[in-house]
Design a protein around this ligand. Structure first.
Ligand code: FAD
Length: 455
């Protein structure tokens, strides 16, 4: 093996800071070093991007983890708007590179601190799923090192590799190491988003408005006051602003319409006491947040960072949950079971689960990804301190409601669902498993998540 590879033994977790485990972390310099690791039978192993998944998919206790940070090349074909990116390239770096050149990512999750490999393996979604689907819908090609150390090119348009492509998108790193990917960007004429915000005093009217009008805007998301009686919330919708619209509004030529605004990121203090987030502080925060928002605000221009990545403004904000960490519970249910949104919020209210980050979105059609999370319907994400009494029992009951309704729990956010829940809800699991056997016959790609779910 090439000895210049950096190796370090470390205890790591996901963003939720629960389920820590220790593994040997390898930081290869290039693709050859990754192939060498596989040839040298260094396993079990799993790839890791920026560790922004909440639970345990990017760790492998007692085993090996490949840190992909050095695979960070970027090549933009301006004519076709196609980006060829290394799997370890960060969305933040990609945006810095492409926005001033008039392009934007086809799908933007709630943070830009993720990698291309992480985006593909979780098949991430954004506020535009109802219009544009998830990240994999825009990927043209993946280069993957499989379980036998072979470099494979996978494409959704090639009949010989499309099944492997769809097993890898959403496949949580378990089919191989993604080293590079080609995906389509969208064109923009400004880096601003034209935003419309509206307050609702009840969940029902908010959801009705989302059904009626979401398709009028590319992006849509609602924040819900999870502790309020009727589930009040704030609905935010947006579209990329045209540079001419901005000139018109400000009555002057906006000189740098494609400016990339680098926001300052203050750190979260590490001395915050455990339990600072409880139902009283969160209820107060939610009340203030709701009160300070205007009833209705039309056509406000916001920087794309403010609109897509508001949490990135506070570095390590996950520390506010204290040493015990937190669980993000994100599920999706089909339209016919939309009543479960308020039912599940009520169940969490009953145990006093304080969530100030409660987000509701509508999903459009599912893609071909065997383990891809989005299906047409509603998705709710709730952040809860991990040690709330009764939380795990309550979530187990909620899992049953979700599964019986034909829904599922998002693997990129999950740290606790059972193997039974996973296998009952990811109905294409057997198709995925047969691709996993072809790509990784000796089952060398293993994570704490795959062990827990008995995948
Ligand atoms: C504040 C915040 C907001 C978020 N908002 C959203 C959202 O709106 N929508 C959404 O979908 N997600 C969201 N997420 C989740 C996040 O987008 C995903 O978990 C994403 O996968 C994280 O990317 P990462 O590079 O940190 O990957 P990691 O967390 O390090 O890994 C995630 C998975 O990808 C695999 N992986 C990583 N790199 C490779 C590679 N090169 N080859 C093979 N497998 C690889 C890992 O093995 C693991 O299974 C959010 C997370 C945070 C912290």
């Amino acid at each position: 093996m090439n000895l210049s590879i950096h190796i370090e033994s470390k205890s790591i977790s996901g963003w939720g800071r629960t389920n820590y485990s220790t593994a040997k972390i390898y930081t290869p310099k290039d693709i050859e070093q990754i192939k060498n690791l596989i040839d040298q039978k260094i396993n079990p192993l799993i790839s890791r991007g920026l560790g922004r998944s909440y639970g345990d998919p990017a760790q492998c206790g007692g085993g090996h983890v490949i840190d992909t940070r050095n695979l960070n090349s970027l090549h933009l074909d301006k004519n076709s708007g196609v980006l060829l990116a290394g799997a370890g390239a960060k969305f933040s770096e990609i945006l810095k590179y492409i926005v001033p050149r008039g392009f934007f990512l086809p799908v933007s999750p709630g943070t830009k601190n993720i990698t291309v490999g992480g985006a593909i393996s979780s098949d991430v979604h954004g506020k535009n799923h109802h219009c544009d689907g998830s990240f994999a819908n825009h990927v043209l090609q993946i280069s993957l090192i499989d379980g036998q150390g072979n470099l494979k090119i996978l494409s959704p348009f090639d009949i010989t590799s499309s099944e492997a492509f769809w097993a890898t998108t959403g496949g949580m790193g378990l089919t191989g190491v993604i080293v590079e990917a080609k995906f389509k960007l969208i064109s923009i004429t400004s880096s601003q988003i034209k935003v419309h915000t509206k307050k609702f005093n009840e969940l029902d009217s908010l959801m009705e408005s989302m059904i009626e009008n979401d398709n009028c805007h590319k992006y849509s998301v609602a924040w819900i006051d999870s502790l309020s009686k009727k589930g009040r919330g704030i609905l935010t919708r947006g579209d990329h602003a045209d540079s001419n619209e901005i000139n018109y509004k400000y009555r002057k030529i906006y000189r740098e319409p494609l400016k990339y605004d680098e926001e300052k990121t203050p750190n979260t203090p590490s001395f915050l006491p455990n339990g600072i987030l409880n139902k009283f502080t969160v209820s107060l925060f939610n009340k203030v947040w709701f009160a300070k928002s205007r009833n209705s605000l039309e056509s406000e221009f916001q920087s794309f960072s403010t609109f897509f990545h508001p949490l990135d403004g506070l570095k390590n904000w996950n520390r506010i949950y204290g040493n015990n960490g937190f669980i993000q519970y994100q599920f999706v249910v089909p339209d016919k079971s939309s009543f479960l949104i308020s039912k599940i919020l009520d169940s969490l209210k009953k145990i006093g689960a304080p969530s100030f980050l409660t987000v509701l979105k509508r999903f459009g059609k599912a893609n071909e990804g065997h383990l891809s999370f989005p299906i047409e319907g509603w998705t709710l994400a709730v952040d809860i301190p991990a040690k709330v009494p009764g939380l795990l029992d309550t979530l187990n009951c909620l899992d049953e409601l979700v599964v019986n309704a034909g829904g599922r729990i998002y693997l990129a956010k999950d740290s606790r669902q059972s193997s039974k829940t996973f296998k009952e809800s990811y109905v294409r699991y057997e198709e995925w498993k047969s691709q996993k056997k072809i790509l990784d016959p000796s089952n060398i790609f293993v994570s704490d998540l795959s062990r827990r779910l008995e995948i």
